[in-house]
Design a protein around this ligand. Structure first.
Ligand code: CA
Length: 236
């Protein structure tokens, strides 16, 4: 599937021991995660607000301003982080922390000191369980892949730059694959009904979009006298 390959998972890493946090963040980034670092609960909540999204979280229990368990509870209660996979970092022998962590909604825990490999394995397992395709909408057709939220388009793995309009045009055609879209419908849905443009504008933009897509642009078919259609997946 496309999801894993194209969309990096976002990890919230909350740990007040700076050296440990830096090395974990480094390893996670090398493994392809997008990491949001925080050294306290307050910083963590600010990081969540700034982040595009949070798929996974690593929360130390002992933090300077409040406990990681409390943070976990708050994350579960907030819609944006309710579904995140959460791993707690607990001190050796703190059975109590583990029980409290699970009660607060943590999915797993790692006992300090831990190896990066151990943490990475737990995270991967959690990522598989918590992966939500809807949170990262990828439209894929042939060699074209569109990350709808991230506003990124790749053709055969290479990113191409589209204007906002071309992007909307491509997404609209892709979402309605195999169905002919008249110029009027495209004008309404891509440009907006009040736009002061003519149907010729649609032709101009489709032409430019095709050029940018290169060979893959052939998938946008002209239906004479009607409009355009993104070719359906060939039957295999
Ligand atoms: Ca700590």
């Amino acid at each position: 599937m496309w999801y894993g390959a194209l969309v990096a998972l976002h990890v919230l890493l909350v740990e007040d021991e700076e050296e440990l946090r830096t090395s974990v963040a480094y390893a996670l980034r090398r493994a392809g995660y997008v990491v949001h670092e925080a050294g306290s609960v307050r910083e963590a909540e600010a990081a969540v607000r700034r982040a595009d999204r949070v798929d996974l979280a690593i929360l130390d229990v002992m933090l300077p301003d409040a406990s990681g368990i409390e943070l976990c509870r708050r994350m579960r209660a907030a819609p944006r982080t309710a579904d995140a996979g959460i791993v707690m970092l607990t001190a050796r022998g703190e059975e109590f922390d583990r029980v409290m962590g699970f009660e607060a909604g943590a999915d797993d825990y790692v006992v300090k000191p831990f190896s990066m490999r151990e943490l990475a394995l737990r995270l991967e397992a959690l990522a598989r369980r918590t992966r939500r395709p809807t949170s990262a909408r990828i439209l894929a057709a042939g060699s074209i892949a569109v990350d709808v939220e991230g506003h990124r388009v790749t053709v055969a793995g290479k990113e191409i730059t589209l204007t906002a309009l071309e992007f909307r045009l491509l997404v609209t055609l892709l979402e309605r694959r195999g169905r002919v879209q008249s110029r009027e419908v495209l004008l309404r849905d891509v440009w907006g009904i009040d736009a002061d443009v003519t149907t010729r504008t649609v032709d101009t933009h489709v032409k430019r979009l095709r050029q940018k897509l290169g060979e893959a642009g052939a998938a946008i078919e002209t239906i004479r006298g009607v409009g355009y259609r993104f070719a359906d997946e060939p039957e295999t």
